[in-house]
Design a protein around this ligand. Structure first.
Ligand code: NDP
Length: 299
């Protein structure tokens, strides 16, 4: 029977988008015994999944018509729109549920939610906070926002992906907002590490030599994350370990050491700049958490 002629409810899903993440999602669904239909703009990316038992739809409207639950995972919301807003796809989506696990900004998620409501499409937004290799394992992290009832209805199928699934609230933009904030940590941390590796190399220290000590720095971060979060929420920025005057001095050392090697220190200059601004505003004795408050202030 072709995918076109049936609609499966219950333990079934359609996955649209077969980049590395879409393929990982579809593979995890299949492994968990969920009947899975797949479609991707560029043909051929469904080959391994079809061999593993997926139904390979020949068009997005056929993929959408196959199941009540449609998981979308493409590069961004321009790509999502390019697929879902084709008239024939929108028509096929009516009354079905889209869970959009593509990444984008909160405003796009809210706009997608409005579009879905206008077209009779039930809509949840979502974000995946782990790499493809972790999908289908207990360490997976999946975030969702949108109608709680809709989430509850589809959670049994989403749970087949294994890992932790969290509904963050009815505001459709919340999953994307968490995603942006968490990716901010990832990219600034990794860029800091790339900079550290460059300075170390200029000083004759190999990556392998530095890495075990970098792991040590990584272990200090989790309690510091919690302390800064509480300080920001409560508005109490008392420095327990390091006042900002001392932190700014360490930052200046990194800048000078980098620039002595001709290494671009613009990231650390930005960090030092905002720290010195906080000190200039009279917060020199405070913890670095004060910076979050200052950054969040509208000019
Ligand atoms: P990409 O972000 O590169 O997305 C590739 C997918 O997007 C392919 O299916 C591609 O189709 C599709 N696509 C791109 N442009 C269009 C378009 N104009 N019309 C239709 N389809 C389009 O790869 P991933 O699979 O890794 O990521 C998918 C999403 O998951 C992204 O939003 C990403 O941020 C998120 N994510 C990824 C993680 C990862 O580890 N990879 C981790 C966490 C989240 P085609 O094959 O035809 O080009």
């Amino acid at each position: 029977m072709s995918a076109k002629t049936r609609t499966t409810t219950g333990n079934a899903v359609t996955v649209i988008g077969l980049g590395p993440m879409g393929r990982a999602l579809a593979a995890a669904f299949l492994k968990a015994g969920v009947a899975t239909t797949v479609w991707n703009r560029t043909p051929g990316r469904d080959r391994e999944l079809a061999a593993a038992g997926a139904v390979a739809a020949t068009s997005p409207e056929e993929a959408v018509a196959a199941n009540e639950l449609i998981v979308v995972c493409v590069v961004d919301y321009d790509a999502t729109d390019a697929i879902l807003r084709r008239p024939e796809v929108t028509a096929a989506l009516k009354g079905r549920t889209v869970v959009n696990l593509s990444a984008d900004v909160p405003a796009r998620a809210r706009e997608a939610g409005e579009w879905a409501a206008e077209h009779g499409v039930r809509y949840l937004d979502g974000a995946i906070m782990v790499p493809t290799t972790v999908v289908g394992t207990p360490d997976g992290v999946f975030l969702y926002s949108g109608p709680a009832e809709l989430y509850a209805e589809h959670k049994p199928v989403l749970d087949a992906l294994d890992g932790g699934h969290t509904h963050l609230g009815e505001d459709i933009g919340r999953a994307a907002a968490f995603d942006i904030a968490l990716l901010d940590i990832w990219w600034t941390s990794m860029t800091g590490y790339m900079h550290a590796l460059a300075i170390a190399r200029a000083e004759g220290i190999s990556g392998r030599e530095l890495a075990p000590f970098a792991q040590g720095i990584g272990k200090i971060l989790p309690p510091s994350f919690d302390e800064a979060a509480i300080a920001l929420d409560d508005g109490t920025h008392t420095a327990v370990i390091n006042p900002m005057t001392s932190s700014a001095s360490t930052m200046a050392h990194i800048i000078h050491a980098s620039e002595a090697h001709g290494i671009d220190a613009s990231i650390m200059r930005a960090v030092e700049g905002v720290t010195r601004r906080a000190i200039g505003l009279g917060h020199g004795d405070d913890d670095i958490s004060r910076v979050a408050e200052l950054l969040g202030r509208r000019a």
